[in-house]
Design a protein around this ligand. Structure first.
Ligand SMILES: Cc1cc2nc3c(=O)[nH]c(=O)nc-3n(C[C@H](O)[C@H](O)[C@H](O)COP(=O)(O)OP(=O)(O)OC[C@H]3O[C@@H](n4cnc5c(N)ncnc54)[C@H](O)[C@@H]3O)c2cc1C
Length: 467
């Protein structure tokens, strides 16, 4: 991934704004630049736009939306911003947090009202760290639906999307002004494309094992569950351009991936009153702290394995997610009418599992925190038929990246901004700080959709001012 001067004599066609990456960030940036009246081209490595966006549950947090109001949920951007910073241990950039918290509601309503995205709020369970129910999702609760709708919307707007186009190099001189990009096609041929402003929407470095080992040693060797084409290109270009990189050790993990099936099991199974035991049948943590930090906690258990324990009532809630339905279809969800039978089916010590059940149910009855500091306040007792899934921990996506300001403009390590480079989504530093525990549910698509939309508008304004 190089940065080099544009070679003399290169006949570069181009567009005022070029966007690298056709995930949620790239498409939201493209739509907002298009609405601002500036032409844009989106470049995507794959033959079909998917990215980590397709692998996600497609849930975007937003506060104060009409969807929340319609079902009686009171919320505000200020409350949302406070939740983000509390989870991020105060490490996230205050101006960026304020900007994305304020713009999230309008972004959801923009996609709904201008483009017909049929959002609804996940209203039947709490996500860790959110003080209001504010996750907005599409009917299937899957990222495939989100990315397909975004692509269709961009197609209808006739926004040029060039597929099978890997951006391998940026053209910039010593002044760090980006003049264009070099595209490599699958057959090895190369094209040049000029631009006045560049938006990096090519996500993070989860797919680059060397970068993961360098920046996130605790996830070295963990399964990576995100898009394999996210190889840290934004970070490598940023390094060459003297961009400020921040929170490079930050990431979203997940402590509940069905193993060996490799299917995400929604954390609703835990938050609704379920719990995790290890292969000895013993609980080991406060599971409700968050699923991101739970990845490393689960991987530290014998064999890197744990078991989600819940019941049929909770499974019924989890079935709104396509992933959970897939997990049931492929046999990852085990059921049993008694704890003893469940222990037998999971090959867990029966007495230890019964003891773990008894501990959890006693905590629910007394309404006090348990020995790990978890409160089960308001959770119903588990009742037969019981359910369980054998899970492991995985790396979902990285949260470090190019430092940006509240207008998605990239910052230089020397101070000030890079002249015409913008970043959003996984390419930009997120709002989770430097630790896995700093990730508040939905931070990924929050900075993809909301910061993406801001980046498109911001780049369009830059181009207009330069005319
Ligand atoms: C299993 C899973 C579940 C998740 N669930 C949620 C959730 O419910 N809510 C949430 O907020 N977040 C969730 N996330 C995180 C979320 O998916 C990401 O934060 C978000 O999709 C990032 O969007 P993006 O547009 O930045 O990147 P992506 O969607 O990954 O898109 C980046 C695109 O850039 C392309 N690209 C990369 N390099 C180049 C290059 N050099 N040239 C051309 N193209 C390139 C890639 O091929 C890719 O298509 C989840 C992640 C995973 C893995």
């Amino acid at each position: 991934m190089t940065v080099k001067p544009m070679p003399p004599g290169v006949l570069a066609t181009g567009a005022p704004i070029v966007i690298v990456g056709a995930g949620a960030a790239g498409f939201c940036a493209a739509l907002s630049a298009y609405e601002a009246g500036v032409d844009v081209v989106v470049l995507e490595r794959d033959s079909v736009p998917r990215g980590s966006t397709a692998l996600s549950a497609g849930l975007i947090p937003a506060a104060g939306t009409r969807f929340q109001k319609a079902i009686g949920i009171t919320d505000s951007p200020a409350l949302f911003a406070a939740d983000i910073q509390r989870k991020a241990h105060g490490e996230a950039d205050t101006a960026v947090v304020k900007s994305v918290a304020q713009e999230a509601g309008p972004t959801i309503e923009w996609l709904a009202d201008c483009y017909g995205f049929p959002f609804s709020v996940v209203h039947d369970f709490d996500y860790p760290g959110h003080s209001a129910r504010r996750m907005h999702g599409l009917p299937t609760r899957s990222g495939f639906e989100l990315i397909d709708r975004l692509r269709q919307t961009a197609d209808e707007a006739e926004i040029p999307l060039i597929l099978n186009a890997t951006v391998g190099a940026l053209y910039a001189g010593a002044d760090h002004v980006i003049r264009g990009v070099e595209i490599t096609r699958p057959d090895g041929t190369r094209d040049a494309l000029a631009c006045q402003a560049l938006i990096l929407a090519c996500s993070g470095y989860g797919g680059a094992t060397d970068l993961v080992a360098r920046y996130i040693p605790e996830m070295r060797g963990a399964s990576y569950f995100g898009h394999s084409g996210n190889r840290g290109d934004a970070v490598l270009w940023g390094e060459s351009l003297g961009a400020e990189l921040v929170h490079m050790s930050g990431y979203q993990g997940h402590g509940s991936v069905a193993h060996p099936h490799g299917v995400l099991i929604t954390w609703a199974v835990i938050m609704e009153g379920g719990f995790q035991v290890n292969s000895k049948g013993v609980r080991f943590s406060n599971e409700s702290a968050g699923y991101s930090e739970q990845a490393a906690v689960v991987l530290a258990q014998p064999g890197g394995i744990a078991f989600d324990i819940f019941d049929e009532r909770i499974a019924a809630i989890a079935r709104q997610f396509a992933d959970f339905r897939e997990a049931e279809a492929c046999g990852a969800v085990i059921g049993a009418s008694t704890v003893a039978l469940l222990a037998g089916r999971l090959n867990l010590p029966q007495a230890a599992l019964a003891q773990s059940f008894a501990e959890v149910e006693e905590t629910k009855r007394t309404d006090k925190e348990d020995r790990f500091g978890r409160s089960f306040a308001g959770a119903a007792p588990l009742s037969p038929p019981f359910k369980a899934v054998r899970v492991t921990g995985a790396l979902f996506h990285t949260q470090g990246g190019l430092a940006v300001d509240e207008e998605a403009r990239t910052l230089s390590a020397q101070g000030g901004r890079l002249p015409n480079l913008f970043a959003a989504g996984g390419a930009a530093a997120g709002v989770s700080g430097s630790l896995a525990s700093g990730y508040l549910s939905g931070n990924g698509l929050l900075t993809a959709t909301v910061l993406g939309r801001i980046a498109g508008r911001s780049a369009a304004n830059f181009v207009k001012r330069s005319r």
